[in-house]
Design a protein around this ligand. Structure first.
Ligand code: IMP
Length: 205
């Protein structure tokens, strides 16, 4: 396949690593914000994952003139009316550590019984060129919030995201087992499947 360059509109090293692994079969040259000498500042001011992903990807495409892929993702907990949602990264304050995010979530769910702790991870990917949006892909995975952290893999809320089919948390999974079922894995496989046709369209216009 082609060696088109794609810039990931994120500097989250965990996301970059998962995305690179899942796109390794596409032949794309994948770079990220940290690889740019003058990276633009990315903001997430909107109420939906899709709007935030579009904003981030477009900012990078317009800045570089190249293809950009943004991942806006987060955790939605039923007992918290969908929070932390688009605010997942900032739920415990700006620059909160993963440990602080998990502690805040467990505190907010204190006393909520096991059968009322349903949650899902959501990932929206948006691909842009400098001219605008080229496509979007969504991945979700259903689970529940554990009562205490387990495992030391992954990142973010993984230690408390209980995945019922495997009876372990995402942080207890190997990276490849997480990628096989995760919101990001699902969205990226859909993106990779559509990519050849997208690149062909672009080459012919
Ligand atoms: P954003 O997309 O940069 O706004 O950040 C999303 C936030 O959601 C991350 O900082 C994590 O806290 C959380 N999150 C997204 N995906 C995952 C995941 O795969 N595992 C654990 N936490 C995640």
């Amino acid at each position: 396949m082609t060696s088109s360059r794609l810039i990931l509109a994120t500097s989250n090293e965990h996301k970059v690593s998962e995305i690179r692994t899942l796109l390794s079969c596409t032949g794309l040259e994948v770079e990220h914000l940290g690889d740019l000498r003058d990276a633009p500042e990315l903001v997430e001011p909107h109420a939906t994952f899709a709007e935030n992903a579009l904003e981030k990807a477009l900012t990078v495409s317009r800045h570089t003139g190249e293809l950009a892929l943004a991942d806006d993702s987060g955790l939605m907990v039923d007992a918290l009316d969908g929070a932390p949602g688009v605010k997942s990264a900032r739920y415990a304050g700006e620059n909160a550590s993963d440990g602080e995010l998990v502690a805040k979530l467990l505190g907010d769910l204190d006393g909520v019984p096991e059968d009322e702790r349903a949650a899902r991870f959501v990932c929206v990917l948006v691909l842009t060129s400098a001219e605008g949006e080229l496509g979007r892909w969504i991945g979700e995975v259903e689970g529940a919030i554990a009562t205490e952290p387990r495992g030391d893999g992954g990142f973010g809320y993984d230690p408390v995201f209980w995945y019922p089919p495997a009876r372990i948390t995402f942080a207890q999974m190997t990276p490849s087992n997480k990628n096989a079922v995760s919101h990001r894995g699902r969205a990226l496989r859909a993106f990779a499947a559509d990519l050849p046709a997208l690149l062909e369209d672009m080459a012919s216009t």
